[in-house]
Ligand binder design. Structure first.
Ligand code: PHE
Length: 368
């Protein structure tokens, strides 16, 4: 009897080893362990045996069954691996396939502009800081010298979030940040001076017309050190606007303006010349201008802001600037309406977007 089982085992083992694919292996399994399989049939004969024989034979058959099942399993994974290796060897992807411009996506002008701005400031040694879109009253207003009730808050009306029962008080009130200047505060509070950072991000105000959308993007810059002065501010921003617009002699004007967090504060305008009825960036041949275009706000950081961030204004000082990224993109790339940036119109994106393979950069200029 044991000899029979031994012979059967040898035979089945041979069949399993001989199964060259998963289908053949499954046939062997059905033949041996299936409802009418050879081992199953032998199991059925146990019922007619006397108890002693049934016990020894039953044990031997069960052991055989387990062994065969394990062998099938092992052969199955070996065959699966072999099959996969075969597929990996044959199914190679031809990455040399040429790009198809008609199905290629476009880079949004906002992303393109952020990259251009980053490249210019990176060359000047700035690093990038970040801050949250959901701010609190303190970082967005109070620390920036807009105390509660200050009329300048009115110009930056925004979206307020429901009060958080865990954080009470006027300064904890949560809102969507109205400008990236809040990142100045976070950066100064969390890091040791000197500071030389830029930051980008979404900002929010409750406005909507041709030049205002409830969500837009800003870029902020902050430089704080022991001997930083207004001359640095002017040099930095003049170099920046000329590099960004790619016009070496672009006329730049600093016009006094008010922001609570700077003193003195200024607005930067760039000169334009009139050509064919429209304003063109850059002055006339003789250096004169026919108009000015406002592009960004700046100023020397207010001593109160420095103190709010734990800095001694007698030791540290510096400048900050902020600009709308959409505006920078509109002026450089001739996009007339701000609202179209967010309409997700593919025709707009195909027209104003940039091909990933032919993006302009600061070295190539507007035409890549
Ligand atoms: N945060 C100002 C605004 O949104 C811009 C600004 C930034 C002005 C930094 C001066 C200095 O209008």
């Amino acid at each position: 009897m044991t000899n029979d089982i031994q012979a059967l085992k040898t035979e089945i083992t041979g069949q399993i080893g001989g199964a060259k694919d998963l289908k053949a292996l499954d046939d062997v399994r059905v033949n041996v362990l299936g409802k009418k399989g050879r081992i199953t049939d032998l199991m059925k004969t146990l019922g007619g045996m006397d108890p002693e024989e049934r016990k020894t034979k039953g044990q031997a058959l069960n052991a055989l069954k387990d062994e065969i099942a394990a062998l099938i399993k092992r052969q199955e994974s070996a065959l699966k691996k072999q099959e996969l290796d075969g597929r990996l060897a044959t199914e190679t992807i031809d990455i040399s396939l040429s790009p198809r411009p008609e199905v290629m996506g476009h880079i949004h002008p906002i992303s393109q502009t952020i990259e251009e701005l980053t490249a210019i400031f990176a060359d000047m040694g700035f690093s990038v800081a970040e801050g949250p879109d959901i701010e609190d009253d303190f970082h967005n207003f109070t620390a920036l010298n807009f105390p509660p009730g200050h009329p300048a808050r009115e110009m930056q009306d925004t979206f307020f979030l429901p009060d958080d029962p865990e954080e009470q008080g006027e300064y904890a009130k949560k809102l969507l940040r109205t400008h990236t200047s809040a990142v100045q505060i976070r950066h100064m509070q969390g890091n040791k001076p000197p500071h030389k950072i830029i930051c980008f991000g979404r900002t929010y105000r409750s406005d909507y017309d041709m030049t205002h959308t409830p969500m837009f993007h800003q870029m902020e810059g902050l430089v704080i050190d022991k001997a930083t002065h207004m001359g640095h501010l002017k040099g930095c921003l003049m170099d920046f606007v000329r590099a960004y617009f790619g016009i070496d002699d672009l006329p730049v004007r600093f016009r006094p303006s008010f922001f609570p967090f700077v003193e003195p504060g200024a607005e930067v305008d760039i000169g334009c010349s009139r050509k064919e009825g429209g304003l063109r960036l850059g002055g006339n041949k003789d250096g004169s201008v026919d108009g000015w275009m406002e592009i960004l706000g700046c100023g020397m950081v207010h001593p109160k802001v420095l103190m709010n961030c734990g800095l001694d204004p007698d030791e540290y000082q510096g400048f900050a600037f902020g600009m709308g990224i959409e505006r920078m993109a509109m002026l450089k790339y001739g996009i007339p309406d701000l609202r179209t940036f967010y309409e997700s119109d593919l025709r707009w994106l195909r027209h104003y977007g940039f091909s990933p393979l032919e993006r302009p950069n600061n070295a190539t200029g507007v035409k890549a």
